[in-house]
Design a protein around this ligand. Structure first.
Ligand code: ZN
Length: 270
């Protein structure tokens, strides 16, 4: 073999290798990017209030609807749930409360006051775990224990459920529906768990409201019973006054769902 020929052979062999290696590298890069994108999309959908990948959830009515629903998580809580009741009564507004079973067991009297005042109570699990990390049997146990606590406190109540932190994964909502509960998320976040002043909470809500919204606030804290929610109480007072003056009506989640059902029946007819 002449030196010349040897060179050309080497060239022929090396070039495809280089191309092949580049292809592999691009392949890895592309797979990496796509994989990361898919993983972050899946992660986003696990916690996103309005994400629908893991099954449909209720997140409010269509934009522009003149109805708003106030929802409160992590109660009952002493004394802020009762202070909130006073504010809601002052405005003649009824709201929806997603309660933690272990706090319901601790203070069933507060839950009875909620129901007697016409508010809706729903399930927020027994001990507030992130259901992304819970097996199906664990999820079922959390839901059933909370249902039992609510049954013991007030008897018949709504079939509404809100996952702690909004967290769910494939299978979570199947368990929820399997025991006859309806998942409810939200589309406006008050960020009131951050301990900021009422003005901040009010501002955050105002930035997101577009009509037909489910507003997430907290009358308690999953971390500790008795957490200070005074700013949520003040923000609630101001938000109701503001939006009522703008012609909005405050409704409970079942009332909003009924309106959605009528809306979809009408659009099916037309
Ligand atoms: Zn919660």
């Amino acid at each position: 073999m002449s030196p010349c020929l040897r060179v050309s052979v080497v060239k022929v062999v090396k070039r495809p290798d280089r191309i092949y290696n580049r292809r592999i590298m691009f392949g890895y890069l592309a797979a990496g990017v796509l994989g990361t994108a898919a993983a972050s999309a899946a992660g986003y959908q696990s916690m996103a209030p309005a994400g629908q990948w893991y099954g449909p959830t209720f997140t409010g009515l269509s934009r522009g609807t003149r109805q708003l629903a106030l929802t409160y998580d992590d109660g009952p809580n002493d004394p802020f749930t009762l202070r909130l009741l006073e504010v809601l009564a002052k405005h003649g507004v009824r709201a929806t409360f997603f309660l933690i079973g272990r706090f319901v067991k601790q203070r069933p009297d507060i839950v009875r006051e909620l129901v007697q005042a016409g508010h809706v109570v729903g399930n927020h699990t027994f001990s507030h775990p992130n259901l992304i990390f819970a097996s199906a049997p664990q999820t079922r146990r959390e839901l059933e224990q909370c249902e039992q606590a609510l049954d013991d406190a007030v008897g018949e109540h709504s079939r509404l459920f809100r996952p702690p932190f909004g967290g769910r994964r494939p299978g979570t909502l199947q368990v929820v529906r399997g025991i006859g509960l309806q998942p409810v998320m939200w589309n406006v976040t008050g960020y009131d768990w951050q301990g900021k002043p009422a003005e901040h909470v009010e501002q955050k809500v105002r930035e997101q409201v577009r009509g037909g919204d489910v507003i997430l606030l907290h009358d308690g804290s999953h971390a500790v019973f008795g957490a200070d929610r005074s700013q949520t109480v003040i923000a609630t007072d101001r938000l109701i006054a503001r939006y009522k003056s703008e012609g909005y009506e405050f409704v409970t989640i079942p009332e909003m769902m009924a309106k959605e059902a009528i809306g979809s029946q009408l659009s099916a007819i037309s």
